[in-house]
Design a protein around this ligand. Structure first.
Ligand SMILES: [Zn+2]
Ligand SMILES: [Zn+2]
Length: 437
């Protein structure tokens, strides 16, 4: 419970939590700070714009419930265990730790070899917590048994690997439970939600690889999903979008489409979804009612994304830009069917089935391309933070591009990764990009 109430920027309980368009939540103040440094989501690196969305009341409620449950727990603890007398030190630890904090991390590590007292201080979790917070815009300490020092060590190794283009050691964990192939999944903080051809969704904890709940209700292959702390939204071949409670897995609402649903995205007020029904629906996230219909695609829609002003959708008949307030079609960006795309501000980075990669200006539809070696097979995934672009293709390679100068930067050099074929490369990449900063 605590993990869904904690902001992964400041590692405190959420204060005025807001949910960005990518679905990831942070304290309002943390998000503003992040914006000033680098305006992209600390979790998935998707760029975001001002104004920031309003406070997400549902998450506020989660925090309130959590704090209440902790108060009850603490009262019980106090009744059962009398307070212990604390140890006595000549100089308060806080002072000593504060002095240590002026040293570079490497020297703090060395100082722990001086004597046992130093070792105790140099292992102090708060000290490493501050170091981690300063060096890495966000990290999950839960992965490292809540030990900030281990977290620092692991993250600096990752950073080294990233700088050098080398993957560090990785472990493979298998999540077993679905009875047919897994068609989509999303990783967010310590949770994974997966959707399968067995018509079910499952919620998993990353650390123990066990499904904590199974969501039953769809009557077709689950094609797409999105989730945050409070809701899971899924789309399936049964022509419905379903809304579920993340905590309990209980179905809340269902939205009817006229064909299989292939793509969706939601924030704290609306769900936007599209598929074989051609019409893109904008629905109210609370009651599932349709508030806007975007009509204009003449074929299936299989990818969409939105920001403060626009919806951008891709189908067999190309890419279209819509006005999110009026539902009007603003312009066609391309008449060719993309295999995938990602939008960063005014630029759409578009991948195609033949391996081509384009940059299309969202406002003018002007097309440009990157200099460098191209992909020779379907581009499965494009990720961007507004400065760099990563592409994963069915040719088994992952390429990294500089968006500012439209240049090829590097490719992922790890042989293990390169040998992983096609769609698996996609998955590995999106996970990697979320782990490395
Ligand atoms: Zn925060
Ligand atoms: Zn995000």
């Amino acid at each position: 419970m605590e993990d869904v109430c904690t902001c992964w920027v400041c590692f405190e309980l959420f204060e005025d939590p807001i949910t960005l368009h990518c679905g990831h939540s942070f304290c309002l103040e943390c998000a503003s700070k992040v914006y000033k440094k680098n305006p992209c989501c600390p979790f998935c690196r998707r760029p975001f714009e001002l104004p920031l969305p309003p406070v997400n009341k549902e998450i506020v409620q989660l925090v309130v419930d959590y704090v209440k449950s902790q108060e009850v727990k603490n009262e019980r603890m106090e009744e059962s265990a009398p307070p212990q007398e604390s140890d006595f030190f000549q100089l308060p630890d806080e002072v000593l730790i504060d002095i240590l904090s002026f040293l570079p991390p490497r020297d703090i590590g060395k100082s722990s070899r001086v004597c046992r007292d130093f070792q105790r201080l140099a292992d102090d979790s708060w000290l490493w917590r501050d170091i981690c917070q300063n060096l890495f815009p966000f990290c999950s300490v839960d992965k490292y048994g809540k030990n900030w020092k281990w977290c620092y060590v692991a993250r600096s190794q990752l950073k080294y690997g990233w700088d050098e283009g080398k993957a560090s050691q990785f472990e493979v964990t298998t999540f077993r439970g679905h009875t047919n192939y897994v068609n989509c999944f999303q990783l967010y903080r310590n949770n994974i939600v997966s959707g399968s051809a067995d018509h079910k969704l499952k919620i998993w904890k990353v650390d123990n690889a066990e499904a904590s709940s199974t969501l039953v209700g769809h009557n077709g292959v689950v094609n797409c999903l999105n989730f945050n702390e409070v809701k899971i939204v899924s789309g399936a071949s049964d022509s419905t979008v379903r809304i579920w409670d993340t905590k309990t897995g209980i179905p809340i609402k269902s939205i009817a489409h006229t064909g299989a649903v292939h793509t969706l995205q939601f924030d704290d007020s609306k769900i936007i979804s599209g598929g074989d029904g051609r019409t893109i629906l904008v629905s109210d996230v609370r009651d599932g009612s349709t508030t806007l219909r975007l009509d204009g695609h003449n074929s299936s829609v299989f990818k969409l994304t939105f920001d403060n002003n626009n919806v951008i959708s891709g189908g067999q008949d190309g890419i279209k830009v819509w006005d999110l307030r009026t539902g009007n079609l603003l312009r066609n960006l391309s008449s060719a069917a993309p295999s995938t795309f990602q939008v960063a501000g005014n630029q759409a980075i578009v991948g195609y089935n033949d391996g081509q990669l384009q940059i299309i200006d969202v406002a003018t539809a002007a097309v440009s391309s990157f200099n460098g070696p191209r992909h020779y097979a379907r581009i499965n995934d494009v990720q961007t933070d507004g400065k760099n672009v990563a592409t994963a293709a069915a040719d088994g390679t992952i390429k990294y591009w500089d968006l500012t100068h439209k240049n090829y930067f590097t490719h992922w050099k790890n042989t293990n990764l390169r040998s992983i074929r096609s769609s698996l490369a996609t998955i590995s990449w999106s996970v990697l990009l979320q782990t490395i900063h």
